[in-house]
Design a protein around this ligand. Structure first.
Ligand SMILES: *Cc1c(COP(=O)(O)O)cnc(C)c1O
Length: 523
């Protein structure tokens, strides 16, 4: 299987190249050159598989055996640190459905059982373990220093994922005062690891992006220092997300495998990676009856799907679901590529033009054939306000004693307000994070008297990852001192970032010398 650019202007690349590079060379996004189809008999065989085995089976369809022979190990190592043996769990919310006077059932697919309690752990863990395998294959001892500028969820997830990937060194920059208390605690708890560097910045995400981009643009520096990326553009992170659609479908239809009810998916959406993965699953043969694209007040996707016109809004609004506060849902470029009419020789150039117009702030009407392609998948979208999401948190708590995280709540509210009524079947709501990451929002939604009370009612179900996060947050609140570097305003961030990277490279070289020669100091 080769990987092609959505913009058609770069040569097809191998799986290894795609995984190591992130973006396509022409600025487009990488996708497999064709989507493998699965037979219904295969789907039935998948019913018995553990999540890790299903992940292996699905990913194997996107690469040849010899491209990642260690895939089985990769999948088992990736999920070893999860707080649930099943990796992903399904929970039905009967009371919530009843409160919505629904005829369809609501199930939450809990995707957050990983070490940072966010669904990004699924893709990030598999990616970092795959990189570890690729970098050390055939006795090679290659390394990568990966740079992450995080607005919240990606930093903790990446720091956790490299703890078991020693060939990677992760440098995370985060904006002081702009990530939540819990997210900051999660990052600081990893800051002491040998292959992690955490830097707090006095500025915004945009301020941090500038030196990170400049490091990449200095091609000689990036090469000499083995700079790599694990950003969400990476096609492997996308492919891993295909797995949970199949897994959830097979679990919720287990009671009636011969005559399954219609199954819809409600997907909290930011950069549109998760929903694009759902579309890939559908094109592979997943019998999904439809998709709900659930966005918060940042509604670019909702406007696009409901009016057929793609256009940025003036500002990014800060909402209670911060991981979805996104103006540019960049994975739509992949959706366009996947759903474009067959046989169009101008496909790549047309997609490039659409994206260029969108990025320069223009109003971009989608071509009719693309709107038809989207309609054929039975998409529906809703923009959910903070108040509506808070009401969904209240309903689920009162009716089912289930504490939704604010991102999952956007998906549940969407399900309640749209397809549940007058339809039979099942809605799988993607559970994107655990509520313990957002106790402030839970406190406000449930009108609880204190943050401590919110923390008390959020269940941890003897979950090692929840417990670790709570302990890290308590330690930070109690004033535990963690020494990390701060990029103050006015300092030359790029120069200092390069110094930090060179130090990592030097340590790596020293360690490699140690390993190959056995004895330190005698060489
Ligand atoms: C990243 C993230 C999302 C959005 O996912 P996309 O693939 O970017 O659409 C939703 N919820 C949480 C908690 C996330 O971390």
């Amino acid at each position: 299987m080769r990987y092609v650019s959505t913009r058609g202007g770069a040569p097809a690349v191998t799986f290894e190249h795609a995984v190591l590079s992130g973006w396509a060379q022409d600025g487009g996004m990488l996708l497999p050159e064709r989507i493998p189809k699965i037979a219904s008999a295969t789907l039935e065989q998948w019913r018995e598989l553990h999540y890790g085995e299903l992940c292996e089976a699905v990913l194997r369809l996107f690469m040849a055996e010899d491209e990642l022979p260690e895939l089985k190990d990769v999948c088992s190592r990736a999920f070893a640190g999860f707080g649930s043996d099943s990796v992903v769990e399904l929970q039905q919310l009967p009371g919530t459905a009843e409160a919505a006077t629904a005829t369809a059932a609501i199930h939450i697919a809990e995707l957050w059982h990983g070490p940072s309690l966010a669904f990004k752990d699924l893709g990030m863990q598999v990616l970092c373990q795959s990189l570890q395998s690729l970098l050390t294959r055939n006795g090679s001892n290659d390394t990568r220093t990966v740079l992450i500028s995080t607005s919240g969820d990606t930093g903790p997830s990446a720091l956790q994922a490299v703890t078991d990937a020693p060939s990677l060194h992760c440098i995370v920059l985060y904006p002081i005062g702009r990530v939540s208390r819990v997210q900051e605690a999660q990052m600081l708890a990893q800051a002491g690891a040998a292959n992690a560097t955490v830097i707090a910045c006095e500025g915004t995400s945009d301020d941090m992006d500038i030196p990170c981009a400049q490091v990449f643009e200095d091609a000689a520096f990036a090469r000499d220092n083995h700079i790599g990326t694990v950003n969400s553009v990476n096609v492997l992170r996308l492919l891993v997300q295909v797995v949970h659609y199949f897994y959830a479908y097979l679990k919720v239809t287990a009671a009636a495998p011969g005559s399954p009810p219609p199954v819809y998916f409600s997907v909290p959406t930011g950069a549109a990676g998760n929903i694009t993965a759902g579309v890939i699953a559908r094109l592979m043969g997943l019998p999904a009856a439809g998709f709900l694209v659930a966005v918060n007040e940042n509604d670019v996707m909702h406007r696009m799907l409901s009016t057929g016109v793609m256009e940025k809004s003036a500002d990014v609004l800060l909402t209670t679901s911060p991981a979805m506060d996104i103006q540019a849902p960049y994975n739509v470029e992949r959706l366009f590529h996947l759903l474009w009419r067959d046989g169009d020789p101008d496909k790549g150039a047309s997609i490039r033009a659409l994206m260029a117009d969108f990025n320069s702030g223009e109003r971009v009407p989608l071509p009719q054939h693309l709107k038809d392609g989207i309609a054929a998948l039975n998409f529906k979208s809703v923009s959910v306000s903070n108040a509506r999401a808070a009401a969904a948190i209240r309903t689920a708590y009162q009716a089912d004693s289930y504490v939704l995280d604010p991102h999952t709540a956007v998906g549940v509210a969407t399900a309640m307000d749209t397809i549940l009524k007058n339809r039979r079947g099942i809605v799988v709501c993607m559970g994107c994070a655990h509520a313990a990451k957002f106790p402030e929002t839970i406190q406000a939604a449930l009108a609880l008297p204190s943050l401590a009370e919110a923390c008390r009612i959020i269940p941890n179900r003897d979950h090692k990852c929840v417990a670790a996060t709570v302990a890290a947050t308590d330690a930070l609140s109690a004033g535990a001192a963690v020494q990390i570097e701060v990029f103050t305003k006015g300092k030359d961030w790029l120069a200092r970032l390069k110094e930090v990277i060179r130090e990592v490279t030097a340590q790596r070289a020293e360690a490699a010398g140690l390993n190959s020669d056995g004895v330190a100091g005698l060489v």
